[in-house]
Design a protein around this ligand. Structure first.
Ligand code: 13P
Length: 248
C-alpha cells in the first residue's frame, strides 16, 4: 500500500493557502508512486484547495462532516457536500472533536457510515489520554474506540485508522518507537479479527502526534505504520515536504 502523508490544518489558513499544493510539488518534485499526499484544510477552503491541487497529485479532504446527508442542521456540512466539492477523505473522531465537541464513538461510527456511503474514505482517529496510558489502559481504550467507531456495516475496504495519542498532539511529546509499534500491532490485530487477515493488511494505519521532519523517518519505518497524520508540521510546505521525503 502507498504511504499516506496527511496534513490536518485544523482551524488555520486563508484563501492564499490554495497555492500551497503547488508550492509543495515545486519543492518536492513529481509524485513518487509509493507516497500519497493529502491535505485537510478548514471546510471553507476545500474548493479552493481542490482547484489549487489540480495537476499536483495531491488529494484534499475534510476534517469533519455531519452524519446526515442533508437537512435542517445549521452550520453543518455533509459527506455528500465534501464529495461534491472534490474532497476524497474525511478525518473523523479527532481527539479535539471528541474532547471539545462531545463526539462519541457512536457518533463517529454514524459519520463514517455516511462518509463511506458518499464513496469517500473515513480516517477514523483513536488514541488514549496521558492518564489512560499511565494507568496501563491504552490498549483497552484504543481497542474499544476502534470497535465502536467503525460502523457495523463496514467491510474494511476504503478505511484509514489514525492512532493519535492525545498527549502527543501539539506537545512535542512522542511515544517511544516500541510503544508506537506495539499499538499499531494491536490495532492491526483488532482489524484482523474483525475483517480477516487480508483486508486488515490492506488498511492504512497512520500515526499522529508531534510528527516532524526529525522524527518522521524512524516512525514511518515501523512495521505497521503506513503513514502519518500531521498537525503543526503540515502547515508549512517545507516541513511537510521534508516529512514526505522520509517516507520514500
Ligand atoms: P501535531 O502534529 O501538531 O502534534 O498534531 C497532530 C494532529 O492532531 C493531527 O491530526
Amino acid at each position: 500500500m502507498k504511504t499516506l502523508i496527511a496534513a490536518n490544518w485544523k482551524m488555520h489558513g486563508d484563501l492564499s493557502w490554495a497555492a500551497k499544493p503547488k508550492a509543495f510539488r515545486d519543492a518536492h518534485g513529481p509524485q513518487n508512486t509509493n507516497v500519497e499526499i493529502l491535505i485537510c484544510p478548514p471546510a471553507y477552503l476545500i474548493p479552493a484547495l481542490v482547484k489549487g491541487s489540480e495537476g499536483q497529485d495531491i488529494l484534499i479532504g475534510a476534517q469533519n462532516c455531519h452524519q446526515e446527508q442533508g437537512g435542517a442542521f445549521t452550520g453543518e456540512m455533509s459527506a455528500d457536500m465534501v464529495a461534491n466539492c472534490g474532497g476524497r477523505y474525511v478525518i473523523l473522531g479527532h481527539s479535539e472533536r471528541r474532547a471539545l465537541f462531545g463526539e462519541t464513538d457512536g457518533l463517529v461510527a454514524a459519520k463514517a457510515k455516511s462518509v463511506l456511503a458518499s464513496s469517500l474514505v473515513p480516517i477514523i482517529c483513536v488514541g488514549e489520554s496521558r492518564e489512560q496510558r499511565e494507568a496501563g489502559d491504552a490498549d483497552e481504550v484504543v481497542g474499544a474506540q476502534l470497535k465502536n467507531s467503525i460502523p457495523e456495516s463496514a467491510d474494511g475496504h476504503k478505511l484509514v485508522i489514525a492512532y493519535e495519542p492525545v498527549w502527543a498532539i501539539g506537545t512535542g511529546l512522542v511515544p517511544t518507537l516500541e510503544d508506537i509499534a506495539s499499538m499499531h500491532d494491536h490495532i492491526r490485530g483488532i482489524l484482523s479479527a474483525r475483517f480477516g487477515e487480508n483486508i486488515a493488511q490492506s488498511i492504512c494505519i497512520l500515526y499522529g502526534g508531534s510528527v516532524k521532519p526529525s522524527n518522521a523517518r524512524e516512525i514511518l519505518a515501523l512495521k505497521d505504520v503506513n503513514g502519518a497524520l500531521i498537525g503543526g508540521a503540515g502547515l508549512e510546505m517545507d516541513s511537510l515536504c521534508a516529512i514526505a521525503r522520509e517516507a520514500l
